[in-house]
Design a binder for this molecule. Structure first.
Ligand code: 4AD
Ligand code: MG
Length: 478
C-alpha cells in the first residue's frame, strides 16, 4: 500500500519517463480528464491525466473534490502550461469517496474565520498546508540550533505545583469530584485528598525547572506546551501555546541578548532555506489580502523582504528608561493617540507602545532592557540602582513582544527578599532556592513564544491560525 512517490519528489526531480504511483486528495477535476492532486508533501498539486474514454463512467463520477485517490502511470513532461510534469494515468482507484455537495471545502476562497470553525479540514487548504509545513520546519530548526550548540533538551513538567511567573493565571488540575469537593474544617478545599495531595496547575513556563538543569548541565532548553488562563481575546494570545526556553549558566544579560538574536536569525534563515515555495505563496496571499486595506494599514514590505530585512540588520538595544523618553516625546503620545498615554517612568508598556518603537521609530527589531522591577517577575536580577532588573524583551514588527527573558537573581539573600516583597511562598520553593544555596552562578535565559514566531514568519494576522487547534476564551474544540 505504502509504495508511492511523493509529489514533492516528483516535481523536484529531473527524471521523467518512468512509471510510479501517487496518492492524495483531489483538489479539482476538469473536463472529465484533469485531476489536480495534492498529498501535502508540498504546496503544488500534481496533474493526473485520465484516459477518460477507456475509463468506467461510474468510477469517473467518484473523482470529486476531497476524494482520496491512488493513481499509477507514467510521469511525462507536461503537455499543458503551469506544471513541469504530469502523469499519464494507467489505472486509478478511489481510496475514499467525498460527497462534493456536502464537502465543506469548496474549490473557492473561504474566509479564515470559516476555516477556523472547520479546523479539522483546514489542513487541506493551500494556506494551512503552507502554515503547518513552515511551523514544522521552525520546530525542527529550534532543535537543530540548540543541538548544534551542545544544549541539552529538558522536558519540563506540564503538571506542576508552582506558578513560575507569579502572575496567577493558571488552569487548575484536579481529579476531585467537583460535585463533592472535600473541605477542611475552616471550609477551605482539602487538597490533601486530591490526586497529588497538593494543589496543582498546568505550567505557565518551564523556566524554573530549566534553571535547575542549567545549574548542572550548563546549557539547556525546553520546548513544550504552556498554559495561561488570561482572558486575552487578542490576535496575539492563546490559552495554550508552545514556548522555547533556553537557560544558560555563566551567561549575563548581554550574552542572553546575543543568544536571542542569533537564534531568531538562524530560524528565519532556516525557513528561507527550507520553505521558499510556501513563503512565496503566503507572500502573495498577504498581498491580495491587503489590497482592500488603506495604504497606511498595509505591511511596509512584502513577506520575504521583511524576513531578509531582519536577517540583515542588527537589533536595536536600549533600556526601558530610554524607551520611555522616546515614547513621552512621540507624536501619538503628544496628540493623545495612545490608548494608554505615557506619563511617568514606571508605566507598563502596552503593545501599542512596543509597536510604535519597532514599526515607527526604529523600524527594526528592538531589544528593551532593564525594566522597573515592579512590572517584572520575582526571579529577575536586581540592578545596582535598586529600581530596575536585568530584564529583556525582544520586540518584532507586526508582533510586539516575541521574547521575554532576563538574567536571573543568583544571590540567595536578594532573591528571598524579593520573594517576600512579592508574597511568593518561599517554603514551597525550597527546591528552587537550593540552587542558590549550593554552587550558585550567574545565569540567564528567555522564553520565545513559538506561535508568535510562526505568526511573524508566515505573515498571518491571527495567532489562532498558526496552531492546529487553538485554545482561547470560549473555545476548546477538537
Ligand atoms: O514573557 P513571558 O511571560 O516569559 C516567561 O514565561 C519566562 N518564564 C520566559 C523565560 O525567561 N524563560 O513569556 C515568554 C513569551 C512571550 O514573549 C510571548 O512571545 C509568549 O511567550 N507568550 C504568549 N504567546 C501566546 N499566547 C500567550 N498567551 C502568551 N504569553 C506569552
Ligand atoms: Mg513577557
Amino acid at each position: 500500500m505504502a509504495k508511492r512517490k511523493k509529489i514533492k519528489e516528483i516535481l523536484a526531480s529531473e527524471e521523467q519517463g518512468y512509471e510510479t504511483t501517487v496518492m492524495g486528495w483531489v483538489r479539482s477535476f476538469r473536463n472529465n480528464q484533469f485531476v489536480a492532486l495534492n498529498d501535502g508533501s508540498c504546496l503544488s498539486t500534481f496533474q493526473l491525466v485520465i484516459d477518460f474514454e477507456n475509463a468506467e463512467q461510474a468510477e469517473l463520477k467518484r473523482i470529486t473534490t476531497g476524494a482520496a485517490l491512488k493513481a499509477s502511470g507514467e510521469v511525462i513532461e507536461s503537455q499543458g502550461r503551469g506544471q513541469k510534469y504530469e502523469m499519464k494515468v494507467n489505472n486509478f482507484e478511489i481510496l475514499g469517496d467525498s460527497d462534493a455537495e456536502k464537502y465543506p471545502l469548496q474549490p473557492k476562497r473561504h474566509t479564515l474565520e470559516y476555516l477556523r470553525e472547520i479546523a479539522h479540514l483546514r489542513f487541506r487548504t493551500n494556506t494551512f498546508g503552507a502554515v503547518f509545513r513552515i511551523r514544522h520546519h521552525l520546530a525542527y530548526g529550534i532543535h537543530k540550533f540548540f543541538n548544534d550548540k551542545g544544549y541539552v533538551y529538558i522536558h519540563s513538567p506540564i503538571i506542576t505545583g508552582s506558578d513560575a511567573e507569579g502572575a496567577g493565571e493558571m488552569f487548575h488540575v484536579t481529579a476531585m469530584d467537583l460535585n463533592e469537593i472535600p473541605r477542611q474544617e475552616d471550609g477551605s478545599i482539602d487538597y490533601k485528598k486530591d490526586f497529588f495531595s497538593k494543589e496543582t496547575n498546568l505550567t505557565v513556563s518551564g523556566q524554573l525547572e530549566a534553571e535547575l538543569g542549567a545549574l548542572a548541565l550548563s546549557e539547556v532548553y525546553t520546548f513544550g506546551p504552556t498554559f495561561r488562563a488570561e482572558n486575552s481575546n487578542t490576535t496575539r494570545h492563546l490559552a495554550e501555546f508552545w514556548m522555547i526556553e533556553p537557560e544558560v549558566a555563566f551567561n549575563d544579560l548581554d550574552d542572553n541578548m546575543d543568544l536571542a538574536e542569533e537564534m531568531l536569525k538562524f530560524l528565519i534563515q532556516h525557513a528561507l532555506d527550507n520553505c521558499m515555495e510556501d513563503l512565496e505563496f503566503l507572500q502573495q496571499r498577504l498581498e491580495n489580502e491587503e489590497k482592500q486595506k488603506p495604504q497606511n494599514e498595509r505591511s511596509p514590505m512584502p513577506l520575504i523582504e521583511k524576513l531578509r530585512f531582519v536577517l540583515d540588520n542588527e537589533f536595536v538595544r536600549l533600556t526601558y528608561t530610554e524607551a520611555i523618553e522616546i515614547l513621552k516625546k512621540s507624536k501619538p503620545n503628544k496628540k493623545g493617540k495612545f490608548q494608554f498615554p505615557i506619563e511617568d517612568w514606571g508605566a507598563d508598556l502596552q503593545s501599542e507602545h512596543e509597536r510604535y518603537l519597532v514599526e515607527k521609530h526604529f523600524k527594526k527589531p528592538v531589544i528593551l532592557t532593564d525594566y522597573p522591577k515592579e512590572i517584572k517577575a520575582f526571579y529577575m536580577r536586581q540592578n545596582d540602582d535598586g529600581k530596575t532588573v536585568g530584564a529583556m524583551d525582544v520586540l518584532f514588527p507586526g508582533i510586539g513582544e516575541i521574547i521575554g527573558g532576563s538574567q536571573r537573581e543568583e544571590r540567595l539573600d536578594k532573591l528571598t527578599q524579593r520573594m517576600e516583597e512579592m508574597h511568593i511562598p518561599a517554603h514551597e520553593m525550597d527546591w528552587f532556592l537550593d540552587t542558590r544555596r549550593f554552587g550558585t552562578v550567574p545565569h540567564a535565559g528567555f522564553g520565545l513564544g513559538f506561535e508568535r514566531l510562526v505568526l511573524f514568519v508566515t505573515g498571518m494576522a491571527n495567532i489562532r491560525d498558526v496552531i492546529p487547534f487553538p485554545r482561547y476564551p470560549g473555545n476548546a474544540e477538537f
